[in-house]
Write a protein that binds this ligand. Structure first.
Ligand code: UD1
Length: 443
């Protein structure tokens, strides 16, 4: 079986990396079984070939390359180099270039993750492709399916809804997604509650992240005490903002920065800024809120004392450096989707500067608060979260095994030549005629 997966933007890399590892593990077991049977056919394990496509939606060294290094991701087998543009230009550019790769490689399964433009563009191409006159096309698998903010003004929401409509296999991270997909009429047999592959990456890297020197280079570590006690970390908060609705409008952005004064009075605020955000700060002349440093690793001037006034802006960070900063932060303020989940996993309080979340499990688990985007509600949420005391529960199946479950379902789909419900004891099986035809002609 041949699986093609797609990465494009920063949050995709950590969702795909553990799936590639799980495929490698599956192949290792298949190899052992094959050897044990003295080369005779049969057995429960299938070999899975893997082909990685990078659309180039994100292309900067720190938005892309650093993640390949930190996650030990193999280099992409194909790069589409699409770059930035309007939604239409970017989506169309990916589609045109991706179609050629799909027709050349003809995978059995196309695996897309998350909700970025690359996700929808590639799913849409696969849904309409014909490998042959019989209309054979790949199975479309969507990892992180079913999340809904119910806000169609978010480009990501449009990408999610449409990708889920196109997908044959939908892998979900939390129970709210099961309900959303059922409400939209997606047959239960297509849906598999596997957990969160991004959390697989986090759990496998969280200890290694402590080797990062980012706390030292930002001056966030207290000097060793005279009695030789271990270094401790100063209290600081971590901020990320990049959502167009928050940073592309000067009034909205100003409002958020004013709401953050509840935080800057308490502790240093470290802000690894997305390129879009940095450009808007310049454009809207909001520099007065920031203490700038173009060099992300330049020594910090923030002392950690109460009374710090400006936000310490640095460049985008790699995965391990960001993880290190996140797990040691007193509080994280963000408008990202993934960071709401990552803070839940490491039990750090999070204030989400949005009107809604598509990840309600992060609120139910107790670490995340949806603050809205008015300065008063942001300030109130920050005050509440600064007094957060551990009372959180780890979401179901966020146990580091999600990618293994994804690969098991893919292998099962291959073995049975169709889509199996996630409970193997269930009798109903949804046939997938084009995949069956392909497998029949391949055997
Ligand atoms: C994209 C995703 C968003 C995700 C975010 C993570 C969509 C619709 N949005 O938003 O869901 O949370 O990635 O970062 O897919 N830029 C660079 N260098 C880069 C990439 C982008 O400078 O490597 C700048 C360009 O000016 C570009 C802008 O950032 O125009 C926006 O990039 P784009 O990929 O269009 O959207 P993001 O805001 O990054």
């Amino acid at each position: 079986m041949k699986v093609m997966s797609v990465v494009g933007a920063r949050p995709n890399f950590m969702k795909v990396a553990p799936i590639i590892s799980a495929i490698n593990e599956q192949n290792r077991m298949a190899q052992e079984l094959h050897r044990a049977r003295n080369g005779n056919a049969g057995g429960d394990h299938v070999f899975i070939g893997h082909f990685l496509v990078h659309t180039g939606q994100h292309y900067d060294r720190m938005m892309s390359d650093a993640f390949f290094r930190d996650l030990s991701l193999k280099p992409p087998d194909a790069e589409l180099n699409v770059g930035s543009g309007s939604h239409a230009v970017q989506t169309a550019g990916i589609m045109k270039r991706f179609e050629e790769v799909l027709l050349r490689e003809k995978p059995d399964v196309l695996l897309v993750v998350g909700d970025v433009n690359s996700t929808l563009a590639c799913a849409l191409v696969a849904a309409k492709i014909s490998y042959d006159s019989a209309g054979t096309r790949p199975l479309i698998a969507h990892v992180e399916a079913g999340l809904r903010s119910f806000d169609r003004s978010m480009p990501e929401e449009v990408n999610r809804v449409l990708t889920d409509q196109l997908a044959d296999l939908l892998f979900v991270t939390e129970r709210s997604a099961l309900r959303n997909l059922a409400r939209e009429g997606v047959p239960a047999e297509k849906v598999h509650f596997v957990g969160n592959t991004m959390i697989d990456s986090l759990l496998s890297c969280v200890e290694r992240a402590d080797n990062s020197s980012v706390l030292d280079s930002l001056g966030l570590r207290r000097k060793a005490a005279a009695n030789g006690a271990a270094n401790s970390v100063v209290h600081y908060a971590l901020l990320t903002l990049h959502r167009p609705s928050n940073v592309d409008n000067s009034e909205a952005f100003l409002n958020i920065l004013e709401g953050l004064s509840a935080l800057t009075c308490e502790c240093p605020v470290i802000f690894p800024a997305h390129p879009r955000t940095r450009a808007r700060i310049r454009e809207f002349a909001l520099d007065r809120f920031f203490e700038d440093s173009e060099d992300p690793r330049a020594p910090a001037t923030c002392s950690g004392a109460r009374g710090a006034r400006s936000i310490r802006i640095i460049g985008p960070l790699g995965y391990l450096d960001f993880l290190c900063l996140m797990k040691h932060a007193e509080l994280v303020v963000t408008d990202s989707g993934g960071i709401q989940e990552e803070t839940t996993c490491v039990n750090v309080p999070c204030v989400t500067v949005r009107e809604n979340t598509e990840r309600p499990v992060t609120v139910e688990s107790g670490t995340n608060v949806i603050a809205g985007t008015a300065k008063e509600t942001i300030a109130a949420a920050i005050r509440r979260q600064l007094s957060f005391r551990n009372g959180h529960s780890q979401p179901e199946k966020w146990d580091g095994q999600a990618a293994r479950r994804v690969v098991e379902v893919l292998a099962r789909a291959h073995r049975y030549g169709g889509l199996m419900a996630h409970d193997p004891s269930m009798p109903d099986r949804v046939e997938h005629p084009t995949l069956r035809a392909r497998l029949a002609s391949a055997s």
